[in-house]
Design a binder for this molecule. Structure first.
Ligand SMILES: [Zn+2]
Length: 269
């Protein structure tokens, strides 16, 4: 019998697991064959693995009474799947500036710099490649083999109109012979999409009014790219990983204690 050598089997797919606002992205399934990236090679090459995704959906709230004031020294953070993370850093990413406000790239790199400044690990690396796009409805439901930041119409994508940004994070999981999903291995890729149907600005606070701040929102989204989860309890109101934002908000630009502790739990001090 002819000997077959399986370089690898990748089964992509998966129902998207939705958190945040209203779950509107339907489950999708597809298979994909290709080369298993190095970061997934922590198991023998004969092991079956598949890609699974989690979509973080971040909505805005109308400004108003925020309730009692809290400080940013609240020490809570949320990890996913027992602390799944990138097996190798830095994680390179591309930015598609189509429909982005002026100077958005500088604000985005400041967002990653903030996370990088609280760990000795080098987390993110911007790659200049203007040909990268990630804005078709189907893009939400398939791995893309690159990490991206972009702006796109949430109306066109079928995402909630009160969502400011989403982050689709893909990760490798083991699959049993019976097809049962097992242990999560590590992160595979992420796609931050900012809602171009909403008004955006760099340094939005008090400049033009009624705009969402690029650096504020994307610092939060890059927290999801590290696989930190949203926090919704009132004492987390001053943390970057609070799951809601408001127009002109900038406090998420600077990490709070819980954000830093979550980062360091995954990637060290
Ligand atoms: Zn979030």
């Amino acid at each position: 019998m002819k000997k077959l050598i399986y370089l690898m089997v990748v089964i992509a797919i998966l129902g998207l697991i939705v958190s945040g606002c209203i779950p509107v992205v339907p489950p999708a399934e597809q298979d994909e064959s290709g080369t298993l990236p190095n970061e997934a090679r922590v198991q023998p090459t004969t092991a079956r693995v598949k890609l699974k995704s989690h979509i973080f959906i971040d909505c805005f709230q109308v400004s108003g009474d925020r309730g009692p004031a809290f400080s940013d020294d609240f020490s809570v953070y949320k990890l996913f799947r027992g602390g799944v993370k990138w097996s190798e850093t830095p994680v390179s990413y591309y930015v598609d500036l189509t429909d982005a406000p002026n100077d958005a790239l500088g604000a985005i790199t400041k967002s990653t710099d903030e996370w990088d400044s609280y760990t000795s690990a080098v987390l993110f690396e911007y790659i200049d490649n203007t040909s990268i796009t990630f804005d078709e409805p189907g893009d939400l439901e398939k791995p893309y083999k690159e990490n991206t930041v972009s702006w796109a119409s949430f109306d066109a994508l079928g995402l909630p109109e009160d969502a400011v940004a989403v982050n689709v994070v893909w990760f490798w999981v083991m699959v049993s012979p019976g097809g049962v999903t097992g242990r999560v291995l590590n992160l595979a890729e992420f796609h931050i999409i900012n809602n171009s149907d909403l008004p955006w600005a760099v340094n939005a606070l008090g400049v033009k009014g009624n705009q969402f701040d690029v650096q504020n929102v994307n610092t939060h989204e890059f927290g999801h790219s590290l696989f930190l989860g949203d926090l919704y309890m009132p004492p987390a109101s001053e943390l970057t990983m609070l799951g809601y934002t408001v127009i002109e908000e900038t406090k998420k630009q600077d990490l709070g204690l819980g954000d830093i502790l979550g980062l360091q739990a995954l990637y060290g001090e």
